[in-house]
Design a protein around this ligand. Structure first.
Ligand code: ADP
Ligand code: ZN
Ligand code: ZN
Length: 740
C-alpha cells in the first residue's frame, strides 16, 4: 500500500502530493494525519489518498512513520472543499487543509487531557469487610470508605480530603483492592448563562419561513436569504430548523459574527440542545478548542455554534448551515487565504446537500443582489413578534443644536428622553461609533465632510503634516482653514471617546449607573458575559458601548437607544461606508422596544439628509438597497467590480513603497494594451490608509477589476507575482473586508 501525502509545509515548492509507503500492519485511511520523513527532518502530513501501486521506483519511497491520530481528522467533503478553496482563493492545498482543524493540533501543541481516578475493584459485598481489615491503617480505611460507592473518584479530590494520600493509595493498589487509572477529560468552555427555553407558539411569519426551510432539509435547494427585521424572532426559526435536522439525524452549524457578542444565542441553544451543542471561537483556550473540535469530530456534538472558522467544523451528515447577521464583515477572513465564510457556507451546503440560511435584518448588498438574480431564495419576516411595534426613530440634526448654542455631546432631545427613561425605571443603551482608523474632517456648522473630488469618499486627516489625503486615488491637499462649502472655521476631526461620554453621563444622571463596554473594559476572557449579565440584572440603567453592543443583544427592558454620533462610519474612506452605516443604525435601533414596552431611538447626526441615515430611520431596506445598488453601479464598485490589492509590508516605508512601485510597473508592462489589461479599470501604488501597523510600514497597489471570466487569469498571474523577490512582504487581497 502507498499513501499520497500533502506535507504540512506552506511553501510553493512542496505544494504537491508525495508518495510514501504504508508499513505492513499500519492502518491508514485518507484524511488522517501522519508523521513522515521529509528531507532530513520529520514533518506532519495529510493522507490524501491510498493506492495499491507506486508510480515510480519503489526502493526510493520512504515509509510513513506513524499516524498522529487513530481517526481521519479530515472528512471527505471537507477534503473536497479544501481543493475548492485552493482554486478559489489561490492558495496551496496545505494552507487550505490547515483551515480544517484547530491550529494547535499542528506540531502537537495541544494534547488530550487526562485525569487520574481511583476506584475499588472488589465486589460491593466485600467492601465492609475490607474496610474493617484496615482498622490499623486509618488513612487506608478512610480512602476505602470514600471509595465505598464503587464509582471512580478523582484523585485530586481524594488528595484534598486526605492529607498525603499517596502511600495509602499505593498500598491499597498493591493489595488489589483498588485501581488507579487515567481517564480522558474534556475541557469545557463557558456556554453562556442558561436561558429558559420558552415554548412559543410560532408567529405566522416564523411558520411561513419554516414551511420553506424544512422541506429543504431533503437536499438540493438554493441558499436562502432570510430578511427579518430586528425582533422578528429569527433565532426561534433557527432553533426549529436545527431541531428538525437533529430529528433526521443530521447536524447543523450556526455561524455568528463574533461569539462574544452573542452570549444569549449560545445560552438559548445550550438550553435546548445541551451536550449535543459545541462552541468554536477564538476566545476558547487551545485545550477547550481542541476538545470541542473532537466532540464534534467524534459525533458527540452535532450542533456547532461558532465564529467564521466554524464553517469548517467536522460535522458529519450536515443538515443545515445558518449564518446569522450575514452582513457582518467578520465573515471575511483577514488572514491568508482570505476566504468568505458565507461563500464557503453556500458551497459546503451545496456539496453536502445541507440547507443554507443567510439571515439578517440588514442583508449585505451582495446577498440581496443574489436574490434579485434568483440565485438565492428570499424569505421575509417584515414584522416583530406579537405585533410589537418597531421603535420610533427620531433624527436630531446636530448642526441645529450648535446653532442654538448646545456644544455638548447630547442633544436636548436625547437628554430629555434619557431622563424620562431613567425616571420610569427603564433601561437605555447608548451607542458610540468606534472612531475610524483614520478620521474624516467635518464642518460642525454645515455638516459637510471634506471629500475627494474624484472618488466620492471622505479624505482622511494626517495630523503629522496637517494634510488631507484620499486613499483611493492618492490626492493630497492641505487642511483648509475654512469649510469649503460654508466658510465656517468649525472644521474638526470627528470622534468622541467612550470614556468621555461615560464621565458626562455620570455627571448628568448621577445614580443611574453606567456600564461601559469597549475594548478596554472587555479585555478579560469572560468580561463581555459579565458586563452583559450585570446590565440584564438591572445593576445599571445605561449601557454605553461601541459597535460591540450594536447587535444581537436582547434586553426586554431597554426602551431607549441613542446613537451619539451616527456619522463616523459614513466617513470611512471605503466605498462600503453607506452600507455599514445603514446596517449599524438599523441594528442599534433594533435593540429598543424588544420587550412589552415600546421603544424609541434617537440618532444624532450632522448629515440628517444622507440616504443611509434617512432610510435607516425608516427601516426601509428596499429603498436603501435600490439607492446603494445604483450608486455602486455608477461608481463601478463591487458587486459590479472586484477590489484587489497587493499589500506590501516592511519595517521601512521606503521598502514597502518600492515593492508596490515594482509591482505596479510589472503589471503595467505585462497588461497594458492587452485584452486582459482592459479588465483593469484602475491601478495605483500608494501608502495604505493605515500607513503603519504594529511597527510595520504598509503600502499597497490598489486595483479595480471588472467582473469577467478573464479576470481569473489575471488573479492567477497576480498570485504568481506575490512569489517574486521584493524588498517587502507581499500579499494579494481580493475583495478584502478592509482596504485600510
Ligand atoms: P431577531 O433575531 O429576529 O432580532 P429574536 O430571535 O431575538 O429576534 O426574537 C426577539 C424576541 O422575541 C426574543 O425575546 C424572543 O424570545 C421572542 N420571540 C421569538 N419568537 C416568538 C414567538 N413566536 N412568540 C413570542 N415571542 C417570541
Ligand atoms: Zn480620490
Ligand atoms: Zn461648512
Amino acid at each position: 500500500m502507498y499513501a499520497e501525502i500533502i506535507v504540512d509545509i506552506a511553501s510553493e515548492q512542496v505544494d504537491r502530493v508525495f508518495t510514501y509507503r504504508v508499513p505492513e500492519g499500519m492502518r491508514l485511511q485518507s484524511g488522517m494525519r501522519v508523521r513522515v520523513p521529509f528531507g532530513l527532518r520529520e514533518k506532519e502530513g495529510f493522507v490524501i489518498r491510498l493506492k495499491e501501486q507506486a508510480d515510480y521506483d519503489e526502493k526510493k519511497i520512504k515509509p510513513v512513520i506513524a499516524p498522529l491520530e487513530d481517526y481521519p481528522v479530515l472528512l471527505p467533503p471537507l477534503m473536497a472543499l479544501a481543493e475548492e478553496i485552493r482554486d478559489r482563493y489561490h492558495c496551496s492545498l496545505c494552507e487550505a487543509l490547515r483551515l480544517m482543524l484547530p491550529s494547535e493540533m499542528r506540531g502537537g501543541r495541544v494534547k488530550v487531557k487526562t485525569e487520574a481516578y481511583a476506584q475499588i475493584t472488589i465486589p460491593p459485598d466485600d467492601v465492609d469487610e475490607a474496610i474493617h481489615k484496615q482498622s490499623r491503617a486509618p488513612k487506608r480505611k478512610l480512602v476505602l470508605t470514600l471509595l465505598a460507592d464503587g464509582e471512580p473518584h478523582l484523585l485530586a479530590e481524594l488528595r484534598a480530603m486526605v492529607r498525603d494520600v499517596k502511600p495509602a493509595l499505593d498500598a491499597l493498589e498493591k493489595q488489589e483492592l483498588i485501581r488507579v487509572f487515567e481517564k480522558e477529560a474534556l475541557r469545557a468552555p463557558y456556554y453562556g448563562r442558561p436561558e429558559r427555553a420558552p415554548d412559543f407558539e410560532l408567529t405566522e411569519e416564523q411558520q411561513e419561513a419554516l414551511s420553506e426551510l424544512l422541506p429543504a432539509l431533503n437536499g438540493r435547494a438554493k441558499p436562502f436569504l432570510l430578511h427579518g427585521v430586528t425582533g422578528s424572532g429569527k433565532t426561534e426559526v433557527y432553533i426549529r430548523l436545527v431541531q428538525e435536522a437533529l430529528r433526521r439525524k443530521k447536524g447543523a452549524i450556526i455561524l455568528v459574527p463574533e461569539i462574544v457578542l452573542t452570549p444569549q444565542m449560545i445560552g438559548f441553544f445550550r438550553s435546548r440542545f445541551g451536550d449535543a451543542m459545541a462552541v468554536l471561537h477564538s476566545r476558547l483556550t487551545p485545550g477547550e478548542r481542541f476538545d470541542e473540535w473532537r466532540r464534534i469530530r467524534l459525533g458527540q456534538a452535532r450542533i456547532v455554534i461558532g465564529a467564521r472558522s466554524a464553517v469548517f467544523a467536522p460535522v458529519e451528515n450536515l443538515g443545515a448551515i445558518i449564518v446569522d447577521e450575514e452582513h457582518e464583515q467578520t465573515y471575511l477572513s483577514e488572514r491568508f487565504p482570505q476566504y468568505d465564510a458565507r461563500e464557503i457556507a453556500v458551497s459546503r451546503g451545496k456539496r453536502e446537500k445541507a440547507v443554507v440560511v443567510l439571515a439578517s435584518a440588514t442583508p449585505s448588498i451582495y446577498s440581496y443582489a443574489m436574490t434579485r438574480r434568483g440565485d438565492y431564495s428570499l424569505l421575509e419576516m417584515p414584522h416583530r413578534v406579537l405585533n410589537r411595534p418597531m421603535p420610533d426613530v427620531h433624527i436630531v440634526d446636530m448642526r441645529e443644536e450648535l446653532r442654538l448654542g448646545n456644544r455638548g455631546m447630547f442633544s436636548r432631545l436625547l437628554e430629555e428622553k434619557l431622563d424620562d427613561c431613567i425616571r420610569n425605571g427603564h433601561q437605555a443603551m447608548l451607542f458610540i461609533n468606534r472612531r475610524g482608523y483614520a478620521s474624516a474632517v467635518s464642518c460642525r456648522k454645515c455638516g459637510e465632510t471634506i471629500r475627494c473630488s474624484r472618488c466620492d469618499v471622505s479624505m482622511t486627516y494626517h495630523s503629522v503634516d496637517r494634510t488631507l489625503r484620499c486613499h483611493y486615488c492618492g490626492a493630497v491637499q492641505p487642511l483648509p482653514s475654512v469649510c469649503p462649502s460654508c466658510g465656517s472655521t468649525y472644521l474638526k476631526p470627528l470622534g468622541t471617546g467612550t470614556q468621555k461620554v461615560e464621565e458626562e453621563l455620570n455627571r448628568r444622571f448621577p445614580g443611574a449607573g453606567v456600564i461601559r463596554m469597549d475594548v478596554d473594559t472587555t479585555a478579560g476572557r469572560n468580561a463581555h458575559f459579565e458586563l452583559i449579565d450585570r446590565f440584564r440584572a438591572g445593576q445599571a440603567k445605561i449601557l454605553l458601548g461601541t459597535q460591540m453592543i450594536a447587535k444581537g443583544l436582547d434586553f426586554p427592558s431597554v426602551t431607549l437607544v441613542g446613537a451619539v454620533l451616527a456619522d463616523l462610519t459614513l466617513d470611512f474612506p471605503d466605498y462600503r461606508a453607506p452600507e455599514r452605516t445603514y446596517q449599524l443604525l438599523v441594528q442599534v435601533a433594533g435593540r429598543a422596544g424588544r420587550g412589552e414596552k415600546p421603544g424609541e431611538v434617537v440618532i444624532q447626526t450632522y448629515k440628517p439628509d444622507h440616504y443611509a441615515i434617512a432610510e435607516a430611520a425608516h427601516q426601509d431596506y428596499r429603498a436603501f438597497f435600490g439607492n446603494e445598488f445604483e450608486r455602486r453601479k455608477a461608481g463601478l464598485y463591487p458587486p459590479f467590480t472586484m477590489m484587489v490589492r497587493f499589500l506590501c509590508e516592511d519595517k521601512a516605508m521606503e521598502n514597502a513603497m518600492a515593492a508596490a512601485q515594482a509591482i505596479r510597473t510589472q503589471i503595467m508592462k505585462e497588461f497594458s494594451g492587452t485584452g486582459l489589461g482592459r479588465r483593469i479599470l484602475f491601478i495605483r501604488a500608494d501608502e495604505a490608509p493605515i500607513a503603519k501597523l504594529q511597527d510595520r510600514a504598509r503600502a499597497h497597489v490598489l486595483m479595480k477589476l471588472l467582473n469577467h471570466p478573464d479576470t481569473e487569469k489575471i488573479l492567477e498571474r497576480f498570485q504568481e507575482m506575490t512569489r517574486g523577490e521584493y524588498p517587502a512582504r507581499v500579499q494579494l487581497e481580493i475583495n478584502p473586508a478592509s482596504l485600510a
